[in-house]
Ligand binder design. Structure first.
Ligand code: FAD
Length: 468
């Protein structure tokens, strides 16, 4: 059957960007159609990204802590992993959220069409549904089609022992010896999970540091911690070839510190993500897609075609869920006639590793590159009463300040709960707060949040006691 519907706003893709845009547009009185190829809403983040990875990282943390607490004289017996039960629990976490989204869509009368959509003209989209092709004509469109795991050449992708992050999150079994290609956030998070579950982990990263976007001083304590836990970490090293053999995947490395070829039971490829810009027939709508597959947008998330918008991973880096939701809301509001534009001062990044790393605003690398004069105030967690009481002294908190105005320019935190702690500094940056504002704000004692306060006191030269 051929059906045609009209939408005031059509949203392509139901990830965090797409569902947020659809819900906001509906709340602002628009009649909305949301197109999604998969049976559940939530996109990468809810189904195969942020949420299932954090569910498994929670479990990894508990396992690791029951081991680490031996130093305090508490000995648990070795954990027994029932992987089917763990998988079921992870799926239930995802299910709660995706079902919640479906209910929220229904409440708002957002019409969902399940199927792959593509443009056929600047005002028309075709959706390949289970009941045949449906046509959707629209006044406005928001492209929120996200991204896919990137691939590298010379890899036997058909071999079931090769995984991307989606495969790794399926948690089919616990491999004995596993190589993670890519030392970025996604690769390290999945390594954290499989390490806790009992796999022997090696990491290979072609840059000369893990998490290349973050300042090296922040990453170093994590690197040192992982060196102790993992079989190997090869920095400045590339994988040139992978051969599928019966007894394992044979990996050939390349670079100054490259090891001899090695056999692994399983390989996770986490070398970044590629935007889906070339898969949606954008050329039929005359929407410009760049050579990498991103769709360029202006400050209001508008593409080169004024009634077509793009948001989230497909609209540019950083590819993060909180960027996608912010942009989704913004695009819906622009379409509803609000006079708004992208004016966030920063998009914070978090690696949910153990310890966590979080940063926002300017990094030192960026400040130096831009010739910005900054002052740095660093507080070591070895002097935080709370961190010591938690047995987590490896962390530190640093603030970067403008030399003249003393306003916060950036912040970086490594340590337990860094991802939660960074939010205070994001607010500080957004509000134009200076170091004195933070140092005169009473923080609860004893907390890790005090490490931000102590950093500000160090900047202001008012710190009295390093051992609080
Ligand atoms: P997506 O979530 O990619 O959603 C796009 C949707 O569009 C998908 O549902 C797709 O099926 C659909 N679609 C695409 N093409 C079509 C088409 N032609 N027709 C119909 N539907 C289509 N970010 C964080 O901020 N924090 C984290 O902790 C975090 N962890 C992550 C962990 C992993 C393992 C991965 C892979 C990613 C993680 N991310 C995290 C990144 C985050 O998932 C993405 O930034 C976010 O999902 C982007 O949202 P989006 O709406 O732009 O696109």
């Amino acid at each position: 059957t051929r059906g045609t519907v009209h939408a005031e706003v059509v949203v392509l893709g139901a990830g965090p960007g797409g569902y947020t845009a659809a819900f906001r547009a509906a709340d602002l009185g628009k009649q909305v159609v949301l197109i999604e190829r998969y049976p559940t809403l939530g996109g990468v983040c809810l189904n195969v990204g942020c949420i299932p990875s954090k569910a498994l990282l929670h479990v990894a943390k508990v396992i690791t802590e029951t081991k680490e607490i031996e130093q305090q004289g508490i000995v648990f017996s070795k954990p027994q992993v029932t992987i089917d039960k763990l998988r079921t629990w992870k799926e239930s976490v995802v299910g709660k959220l995706t079902k919640g989204l479906a209910a929220l869509a229904k409440q708002r009368k957002v019409e969902i069409i399940q199927g792959a959509g593509k443009f056929v003209s600047p005002n028309m989209m075709e959706v390949d549904t289970a009941d045949g092709i449906k046509t959707v004509s629209f006044d406005h469109c928001i492209i929120a089609a996200g991204s896919t795991a990137a691939r590298i050449p010379g890899v036997p992708y058909d071999d079931t022992r090769m995984m991307d992050s989606t495969d790794a999150l399926r948690l089919l079994d616990i491999p004995k010896r596993m190589l993670v290609i890519g030392g970025g956030i996604i690769g390290l998070e999945m390594a954290t999970v499989y390490d806790a579950l009992g796999s022997q982990i090696s990491i290979v990263e072609q840059m000369d540091q893990l998490i290349p976007g973050a300042d090296n001083d922040l990453v170093k304590p994590l690197y040192q911690h992982l060196l102790k836990r993992y079989e190997a970490i090869y920095l400045g090293t590339k994988v040139s070839k992978i051969e599928a053999e019966e007894k394992g995947l044979n990996v050939v490395f390349e670079g100054d510190h490259a090891p001899e070829p090695q056999l692994y039971d399983r390989i996770l490829i986490a070398v970044g993500r590629r935007p889906n810009g070339k898969m949606i027939g954008a050329e039929h709508a005359n929407v410009h897609v760049n050579e990498r597959g991103f769709i360029p947008v202006d400050m209001q998330m508008r593409t080169n075609i004024p009634h077509i918008f793009a948001i989230g991973d497909i609209a540019g880096e950083p590819m993060l869920a909180h960027k996608a939701t912010y942009e989704g809301k913004l695009a819906a509001e622009v379409i509803a006639g609000h006079k708004v534009a992208f004016d966030a001062r920063t998009i914070p990044s978090v690696a949910y590793t153990d310890p966590e790393i979080a940063w926002m605003g300017l990094t030192e690398v960026e400040a130096k590159k831009q010739g910005i004069e900054y002052e740095k105030a660093t507080f070591p967690w070895a002097a935080s009463g709370r961190a010591i009481a938690m047995g987590r002294e490896e962390g530190f908190t640093k603030l970067l300040l403008d030399k003249n105005s003393r306003q916060i320019l950036g912040a970086g935190i490594i340590g337990a709960h860094a991802g939660e702690l960074i939010a205070e500094t994001v607010l500080a940056l957004e509000m134009g707060v200076d170091a004195q504002d933070i140092s005169l704000t009473i923080h609860p004692h004893p907390t890790l949040s005090e490490t931000i306060f102590f950093s500000a006191e160090i900047a202001e030269n008012t710190i009295t006691d390093l051992y609080m």
